[in-house]
Design a protein around this ligand. Structure first.
Ligand code: SF4
Length: 334
């Protein structure tokens, strides 16, 4: 079926971000930590894409690079069919144009405790972007702050109070009100519930789903928790050491995982039924140091199915059924 470009909000192609390691004295051979090493995906308008993986796999670096907060090493990002950057073509969006586009691309942070300035009132925090972009008179902006807080389950009495007066869940609601203050189309949610109590997590996720419906938002949802991602996201990309190892619709990935790493992640999810058996797959070995990535498949040092081919040849991400892609030489025999 022909894909309609107008439906695609974000297109990431072969994104790379390498961080140089300090070169040793008298040695000129520069080495790099390949934090993101050739990541590609598309997010359709009003959909939620989940990016899952262990800490340090590069998911937050993907988000920061997409948002143009850190300089890319390679690849391209298009937003609304406009090129943000294309490193190979040496094409970068001018700062002035990027400032305009930033209104449409916002971020919800992981830690609601450190992401709000403790010296500012809630009104100053939520209105900051609207003041910067001159979105109305003082009274209009204050009225919009009240409306946004209301939308996020807070009332206007909190406008003159400070972040330390609120709980983690309430602070995250304030952070969300700030993220939607400029009427964005796209929001990167960087583990927005990871620092919250379990009882509060579902409230925040439900709020985000309601806002997505009401405001036609599109999310990139970053998480290490596959059970959250399963119910929240339309599609999932599973990342390991800077690359996507499996990608597809959420239900398909959850019901028919093909990559050994995805299978291990899914097996570690808590089971809700007491009679259901939990066949947990324990990964052996530790994550290789980012500066010493193994040759061939990056997962080969922890994979019990690894063969000589796995240690020599990098598996490509190939489509094995409609929209379900996997990067494993042996996916059909394990
Ligand atoms: Fe394991 Fe080989 Fe597949 Fe990598 S390519 S996940 S090492 S079986």
């Amino acid at each position: 079926m022909q894909e309609n470009n107008k439906d695609i909000l974000l297109e990431v192609k072969d994104l790379k971000k390498y961080f140089p390691l300090k070169s040793r004295l008298f040695f000129n051979n520069k080495s790099y930590v390949k934090s993101v090493d050739g990541v590609s995906f598309k997010i359709h308008k009003t959909k939620i894409m989940g990016l899952v993986g262990e800490s340090g796999c590069g998911k937050s670096t993907v988000a920061k690079t997409i948002l143009n907060l850190i300089e890319p090493t390679g690849g391209s990002v298009k937003f609304n069919d406009k090129t943000i950057f294309n490193v190979e073509k040496n094409s970068y969006i001018p700062n002035k144009r990027m400032n305009e586009i930033r209104k449409d691309m916002q971020l919800i942070f992981q830690d609601p405790y450190s992401s709000l300035n403790p010296r500012k009132t809630i009104e100053a925090i939520v209105s900051e972007g609207m003041v910067k972009y001159k979105m109305g008179s003082k009274a209009e902006i204050k009225g919009r702050c009240e409306m946004l807080l209301n939308l996020c389950g807070m009332d206007k009495t909190c406008l003159n109070r400070y972040p330390h007066e609120f709980s983690g869940g309430q602070r995250q609601r304030i952070g969300i009100a700030r993220a939607i203050s400029l009427s964005p189309q796209f929001i990167v949610c960087d583990e927005p519930t990871a620092a919250l109590d379990v009882s509060i997590q579902s409230q925040i996720l439900n709020l985000m789903l309601d806002l997505k419906e009401d405001l036609s938002l599109t999310y990139l949802f970053i998480s290490h928790n596959l059970s959250v991602v399963r119910y929240f996201c339309d599609e999932i990309c599973v990342m390991y050491l800077g690359v996507i190892v499996e990608k597809g619709p959420s239900a398909e990935i959850y019901d028919h995982p093909l990559h050994p790493y995805t299978k291990a992640l899914i097996s570690s999810m808590p089971i809700s039924h007491p009679l259901q058996e939990n066949k947990r797959i324990l990964l052996t070995g530790s994550i290789p140091s980012a500066g010493k990535i193994p040759s061939g498949c990056k997962f080969n040092t922890r994979c019990k199915y690894a063969t000589d081919r796995c240690r020599e040849e990098i598996p490509e991400l190939i489509e094995v059924s409609t929209n379900h892609l996997v990067a494993c030489h042996n996916y059909n025999s394990i």
